[in-house]
Design a protein around this ligand. Structure first.
Ligand code: SF4
Ligand code: MG
Length: 319
């Protein structure tokens, strides 16, 4: 994903002045095959928009999105078709994303109908295999979504995403609607599936304690921009951006040695319709200078695979 920007027009009508939401603002990142790259940030920071751009539910205004050697934001729907099955999504709401009137066997088989020529018998066999792979009884295929718990429904959503053996799975807040104990089960399942099927994940979450359980690398988003990218270990042990630092200070870690002094950010999240000048974080940053108010920071490398968008990337350098 290279310098991608996506804006939405929010005011329409004859007299209204045109206004735009800067949903994604010049983001760049790479997801390596077989890894889990997570995007984390508060709601409205552009994570879900980024997921939809990668699934081509949206097209960027500017920038490039490359997938396996194809620039997917530019190619036609026809050229896209064979690639469609390579990218599948898992959604947050296991209640809303499954059609209540369809049997789960049909729900899981739906992508097979679209993307393959398998016979009804072959589809059923696949569905039963998939149900077992995600930890459900193979005979459940005749039941309806309301007969399952939230965690089971998310397993069904995962089975559906895996039906056509995708290369990239985009999981948008896949455990946010679930109880904490169930969250861990689903995250373990995703980890196992990744290992067994060589999957690559883009994992989207607002919750840094969830992200820690699944990620290899993490990008932290604020107001449509990625302010820091690092390996999980680097990010949690050596955060360099003041926003990451503040987010981490609010995570309750079970190990008291990891508890950080809570950093409370002043002010509210600015509106993405009217983003701040200079550094997008300057209105809330404890280290803001006059320079930050007018000058946009570039991305700076501060270590292997560790990049930060701040004029002063050495503020928190480990001594
Ligand atoms: Fe804070 Fe300035 Fe860095 Fe932005 S560039 S995060 S305002 S210190
Ligand atoms: Mg979202």
């Amino acid at each position: 994903v290279k310098n991608v920007t996506k804006t939405f027009q929010v005011s329409k009508g004859f007299f209204a002045k045109k206004k735009y939401v800067h949903a994604v603002n010049d983001i760049t990142f790479t997801i390596m095959q077989g890894e889990t790259f997570s995007l984390v940030g508060e709601s409205g920071c552009g994570k879900s928009t980024t997921g939809r751009l990668l699934d081509r539910l949206l097209t960027p205004d500017q920038g490039e999105i490359w997938f396996n050697g194809n620039e997917i934001s530019k190619i036609s729907e026809n050229e896209m078709r064979p690639l469609r099955r390579d990218v599948q999504m898992i959604f947050q709401d296991p209640y809303g994303s499954l059609n209540p009137r369809m049997r789960i066997g049909d729900l899981i088989a739906e992508p097979l109908l679209i993307h393959t020529n398998l016979s009804a018998g072959e589809r059923l066999k696949k569905v039963q295999e998939l149900l077992e792979i995600v930890g459900l009884n193979a005979m459940y295929y005749e039941r309806y979504p309301h007969e399952f718990s939230g965690g089971q429904r998310q397993r069904i959503g995962i089975a559906r995403a895996l039906t056509v053996r995708p290369k990239l799975v985009i999981a948008d807040e896949p455990v946010s609607a679930l109880d904490v104990s169930i969250q861990a089960q689903i995250l373990n399942l995703l980890n196992d599936l990744q290992r067994n099927f060589n999957l690559t994940y883009l994992f989207i979450s607002h919750d840094l304690s969830v992200v820690e359980m699944i990620s290899d690398r993490i990008g932290v988003m604020y107001l449509g921009t990625i302010v820091e990218t690092a390996s999980k270990e680097e990010l949690y042990e050596n955060p360099r951006h003041p926003y990451t630092k503040a987010l981490l200070s609010a995570v309750p870690f079970p190990d008291p040695a990891r508890e950080k002094k809570r950093i409370l950010l002043p002010g509210d999240l600015p509106s993405p319709v009217n983003p701040p000048s200079g550094c997008l974080f300057h209105t809330r940053c404890p280290h803001c200078t006059e320079f930050c108010k007018s000058q946009k920071p570039e991305v700076k490398l501060v270590g292997d695979n560790h990049a930060v968008k701040c004029h002063y990337p050495d503020l928190y350098e480990m001594k």
